[in-house]
Design a binder for this molecule. Structure first.
Ligand code: GLN
Ligand code: ZN
Length: 764
């Protein structure tokens, strides 16, 4: 097929969710892993989901349907299979699907331990992909079985299918070099040849359009992106036989890459208009010969599109482009399937929301409006305008009490505490802790009994009082255990929390917790982000009763346990009608109120977790400073309402802090616990280098593994840490919460940890 014969299309999405509207794939995959169902049953579930997905798009009026968007685990892993780059360590697993899962999850095969690929965040979303490994001897070779099978499946139900693949620049930019290989991007020429082979194969199959995702072009994470894009797509565009090429970009504005792509022979370029790059289009005259796929419907947040405003933007696009296709800004993988099951939403809020299915409808409506004029979609525009109007007058979005209180507190300079050294003295006087105090990060194992009790409560089999009693029993057991182990600073164990963000969202005004709003986080793991739609306020204390109860059981200090404002934002769908900084400050105020109430209840140590501080860091350099400033400000606002002799802790999960290391110091928590599994020295020296001089607890063992650490290895870790920080500042703790571990492992591990602390303490 030559490119001229590819039919134009008008309405599409860049990709679809795949876990199933009721997480059918998650359940099937997990059953397959635990051998409760066989291959055929798994494949049947997958085929049904794929069929439902494309049929739904077709029925809605989408006239070019993305396929190859299904995945048993992750689309980057699928791309690694397509390009033949799975690491050699999985080769002994002969069955291809099991090999795929081995690369994703690791495991033991024929008595051999296989480490999984590393997992990391997909750009600045909460989706995680498996990082391809490029070794010096990695050879690229095409394995198109999956993409061809999905095309055949679509052909059998007569659907205009457009296969979606990850582009070569993005693929290599997101890969990691192993075994001493050079930067993966150096292999771009070689890899482009494999893409050329694939395009020819697809043309031979009669494929009209292919979508090649290059979100990396919307970042500034590697140099010369414009030149790289120009080279790759000139070359692929020059192929004598190929499908029409649509290069999709998203999650940011296109700078150099836009003119570069426009000057190649490709047919279509996708731009993320939600991110706001409409002005850049007019500056590229070469777009007059191209199709611009206008990502105008937000694919990653859950707000209804303002149709009138969107049509204005689309008119601007039409002036710059040869042809315009209406689309979501990115795959709808990042939003729940449909609003339909959400029966608990009030009408005013519902009128403002659009989940996956509703977004598809918006795309089709806008395409119709673009083609036939606004009159053709007059009633839809009216509904959209009404929703916008309702939004602007909803008092829940403008809580004047909260706003004026926040202004007053900020005006009074409320984000600073006393001098750190003075605080340390006051706290030591109050707490009288030994050197190298031992503690844990907050959660204890979420046992079957805890889960059963929560399910029983939801199903009405037990009442609230009975549930609370069960959780109190659990708290008492966890406190008794910590006393028995000889830990110095105790926690209540967090049994009452399903999730560290949702738990607070359920208790704060301005949040809505969905019933079925699941989105894939990684593999079979899904999360249900709450919707932060309005002004945030704390109607009543949220954690005080639990903390006070735990404290009543022991003479040792119990840490109050809260989630910080940045993490609450990072793991929610957040309102888009005001700067994130303002929303963060409102959440911070609610947390601040909670710290003050905990203090009043006699709690002397309060931990405010910010594991997502690194996650929310923007992709583009010019936005990073602003983010770091407001996120630090929000944390300080949340934690500066307490007295100097109340000790503030924070916890962060990853040790790859890089660009946020200075911000960690600026948080000015009295004690920071951090993941440091790889090298204790490294993270501590990094902190020293930015002038951090408060308490620090580099995790002395990795809780992500079921292995029980020995006393000796933790002694080594502590001695290593003491080479970097003085004993007065060093804390002893695991590297994260214990909720995913088994009780037996936890008891043994902590017993060894306390023993290690004693040995090293005695050496002082
Ligand atoms: N306090 C939380 C816990 O212990 C912290 C979890 C996290 O860092 N993600 O589970
Ligand atoms: Zn953690």
């Amino acid at each position: 097929m030559t490119t001229q014969s590819a039919p134009l299309f008008t309405a599409t999405t860049l990709g679809s969710p795949r876990v199933g509207p009721n997480r059918e794939l998650k359940r099937a995959v997990e059953k397959y892993w635990s051998k409760k169902i066989d291959r055929a049953e798994l494949e049947a579930v997958a085929a049904t989901l794929r069929g439902d997905t494309v049929r739904h798009l077709a029925d809605a009026g989408v006239d070019s349907i993305p396929v190859n968007t299904f995945s048993y685990y992750d689309h980057m892993l699928d791309q690694s299979v397509l390009l033949g780059t799975l690491p050699p360590r999985v080769a002994p697993v002969t069955d291809m699907l099991d090999r795929y899962f081995a690369a994703a999850r690791g495991g033991t095969y024929d008595g051999m331990d296989i480490a999984p690929l590393e997992m990391t965040k997909w750009f600045d979303t909460n989706y995680h992909y498996l990082v391809p490994e490029i070794a010096p001897d990695t050879a690229f070779s095409l394995d198109p079985a999956k993409i061809l099978a999905e095309l055949d499946e679509a052909a059998s139900i007569d659907i205009a299918a457009r296969p979606v693949i990850v582009g070569p620049i993005t693929y290599l930019a997101l890969s990691k070099a192993v075994d001493g290989a050079g930067a993966p991007i150096e292999r771009l020429d070689e890899l482009t040849a494999v893409y050329a082979e694939l395009l020819q194969l697809l043309a031979a199959k009669g494929v009209g359009w292919v979508q090649i995702d290059e979100p990396i072009l919307a970042t500034d994470s590697i140099d010369h992106l414009g030149a790289l894009a120009g080279n790759v797509y000139s070359r692929l565009g020059a192929l004598p036989t190929r499908p029409a090429i649509f290069v999709a970009t998203y999650f940011g504005p296109l700078t150099d890459a836009l003119p570069a792509l426009a000057h190649t022979p490709i047919e279509a370029i996708g731009v993320d208009l939600v991110y706001g790059c409409v002005d850049a289009l007019a500056a590229v005259p070469a777009l007059a010969d191209k199709t611009v796929v206008a990502g105008i419907v937000d694919g990653r947040n859950i707000w209804r599109t303002d149709l009138a405003a969107a049509l204005d933007t689309l008119d601007t696009v039409r002036r710059a482009a040869g042809n315009v296709v209406v689309s979501t800004s990115c795959s709808t993988l990042h939003v729940p399937y449909s609003l339909e099951p959400e029966t608990g939403i009030d009408d005013a809020l519902r009128s403002r929301l659009a989940f996956g299915a509703e977004k598809v409808a918006e795309v089709v409506t806008l395409a119709k409006g673009l083609a036939q004029g606004r009159e053709a979609i007059a009633s839809e525009i009216e509904t959209s305008n009404a929703a916008a109007a309702l939004r602007s007058t909803d008092p829940r979005l403008n809580n004047t009490d909260i706003r004026s209180r926040l202004d007053a507190i900020r005006a009074a300079g409320a984000s600073g505490r006393g001098i750190a050294a003075d605080r340390r003295t006051a706290q030591q006087k109050r707490l009288n802790l030994p050197t190298l105090p031992t503690t844990t990060i907050g959660s204890y194992p979420q046992t079957t009994e805890i889960r059963v009790a929560r399910a029983d409560l939801r199903a009405g089999r037990i009442d609230e009082a009975e549930y609370v009693q069960k959780m109190k029993d659990e708290v008492a057991a966890v406190i008794a255990l910590q006393e028995e182990l000889g830990i110095d600073v105790l926690v209540h164990g967090e049994p009452e929390r399903n999730d560290m963000v949702q738990y607070f969202a359920e208790q704060l005004d301005g949040f809505f917790a969905t019933q079925n709003g699941w989105v894939q986080s990684y593999g079979s793991r899904c999360v249900r982000p709450p919707i932060l739609y309005g002004d945030v306020a704390r109607p009543r204390p949220m954690t005080v009763a639990w903390a006070a109860y735990a404290q009543s059981l022991t003479a040792k200090p119990v840490k109050g346990m809260l989630t910080g404002p940045v993490t609450i934002l990072a793991w929610s769908f957040v309102r888009d009608d005001q700067p994130l900084a303002d929303t963060a400050a409102q959440v911070a105020l609610a947390i601040r109120d909670e710290t003050v109430d905990l203090e009043k209840a006699g709690i002397a140590i309060i931990q405010v977790d910010e594991p997502a501080l690194r996650e929310l860091l923007p992709l583009r350099s010019e936005e990073k400073q602003d983010y770091l400033a407001w996120s630090v400000e929000a944390f300080r606002l949340a934690t500066a309402g307490v007295r100097d002799d109340t000790q503030i802790h924070t916890h962060l999960c990853y040790s790859e802090f890089g660009e946020v290391i200075g911000a960690i110091a600026d948080l000015d928590a009295d004690v920071t616990s951090i993941e440091a599994a790889r090298s204790h020295m490294e993270v501590l020296t990094d902190l020293n280098a930015v002038g951090f001089s408060n308490g620090v607890g580099p995790g002395v063992y990795d809780i992500h593994s079921p292995r029980v650490p020995t006393t000796d290895e933790m002694i080594v870790a502590l001695r290593e840490a003491l080479a970097a920080v003085p004993a007065e500042r060093l804390w002893v703790n695991p590297d994260c919460g214990l909720k995913t571990r088994k009780t037996d492992e936890v008891i043994e591990s902590l017993r060894n940890m306390v023993a290690a602390a004693k040995v090293v303490r005695a050496e002082r």
